[in-house]
Ligand binder design. Structure first.
Ligand SMILES: Nc1ncnc2c1ncn2[C@@H]1O[C@H](COP(=O)(O)OP(=O)(O)OP(=O)(O)O)[C@@H](O)[C@H]1O
Ligand SMILES: [Mg+2]
Length: 310
């Protein structure tokens, strides 16, 4: 495997991820290392001039691709982007650039944010979560200025920068001004993307790809679609999340996987966590099938309530 960081095998990888550092000097996360990584150096986070709010949040991620259950195609593409960026300096020496601008599309709870965090962990760059609520300002011109500040910040260092739900801008979807505002913000973003020439990886995530016009799609080096899981993947997700606790062999995960069509990985994770919590409350150290059934009904109720409120 010629020493490249392998998805799902960061703990075992022969490439010492933790020994790479970002251009901003931030130490990469050393996965599986017993030593605590040195605290990252302080950097000046950009702020909104009007309200003084930070425009992004930085973190160091230590997550594994094994945490993620995805279709093979998406995992392969993520791996490819990780590989290219791990060879950034070699590519640059040849006048080439790795893929650095990526669009994640897909329904809520399918792993877009988690994938961005995992990529940051695999590549060894710090994770920059862009805070759209802070970027969007009521002051004329300030939104564009904020966007510029964020881009120059990520351009100067090495980050995996996530512009999460970049086409949703606060207000109600019924608001007729909302469409114009979304367009304005997306336009600022695209203008910045056009001239972007940093080493950081820029990821934009959306669960409303239909709101984006054709020009937007062409701007990205890579577009990945995150789909709802099929029955096999649902079973895998249930096993993964239930695996954190002892569970009774009677837990019928096969049946649960069959009955949870249209459920997202986040919904399934929630069912497992609820079932584990419920068994603890009942003073047991083993999750029973009845706990899973209870948690499934809870999740059904929650989803109904969300649909009513939406
Ligand atoms: N593909 C997946 N495999 C394993 N767990 C997942 C997956 N997708 C989501 N999860 C679980 O659900 C949680 C929420 O997922 P995440 O925030 O990544 O979804 P998202 O696609 O970004 O959703 P949204 O569109 O609402 O932002 C994750 O932290 C993880 O626990
Ligand atoms: Mg998300």
């Amino acid at each position: 495997m010629n020493g490249r960081p392998r998805l799902g095998s960061a703990r075992r990888t022969s490439l010492p991820l933790g020994e790479r550092t970002g251009a901003d000097g931030a130490p990469a996360v050393k996965l599986g290392s017993a030593r605590r990584p040195a605290p990252p150096p302080r950097v000046e986070i950009p702020h909104d001039a009007d309200r003084g709010l930070p425009l992004l949040r930085l973190s160091s991620e230590a997550r594994l691709m094994d945490d993620l259950v995805l279709g093979d195609h998406v995992k392969e593409r993520l791996q490819y982007i990780v590989d290219e960026n791990a060879k950034l300096d070699d590519l640059r020496a040849l006048g080439l650039k790795p893929k650095r601008t990526i669009l994640f599309c897909g329904p809520p709870g399918t792993g877009k944010t988690l994938s961005a965090r995992i990529m940051s962990s695999m590549i060894g760059y710090r994770f920059a979560y862009i805070l759209f609520d802070s970027i969007v300002s009521s002051l004329l011109g300030e939104t564009a200025t904020n966007m510029r500040k964020v881009f120059s910040f990520v351009e100067e260092g090495r980050y995996v920068a996530l512009f999460d739900e970049f086409d949703i801008v606060g207000k109600s979807r019924d608001d007729p001004t909302e469409h114009g505002e979304i367009k304005r913000v997306v336009n600022h973003f695209m203008q910045m993307l056009d001239t972007y020439d940093g080493d950081s990886i820029i990821i934009a995530a959306t669960n409303h790809p239909h709101l984006l016009d054709g020009a937007v799609w062409r701007r990205f080096d890579e577009i990945l679609h995150f789909d709802l899981p099929g029955p096999g993947q649902r079973r895998e997700i249930l096993e993964k999340y239930l695996g954190y606790a002892r569970h009774d062999p009677d837990c019928d995960l096969e049946r649960m996987a069959r009955n949870t069509g249209k459920y997202s990985p986040a919904d399934l994770a929630q069912i497992c966590k609820d079932a584990i919590r419920f068994s603890v409350i009942r003073g047991r150290d083993t999750v029973l099938n009845s706990d899973m059934e209870w948690a499934f009904n809870e999740q059904k109720r929650r989803k109904r309530a969300i649909r009513k409120g939406a």
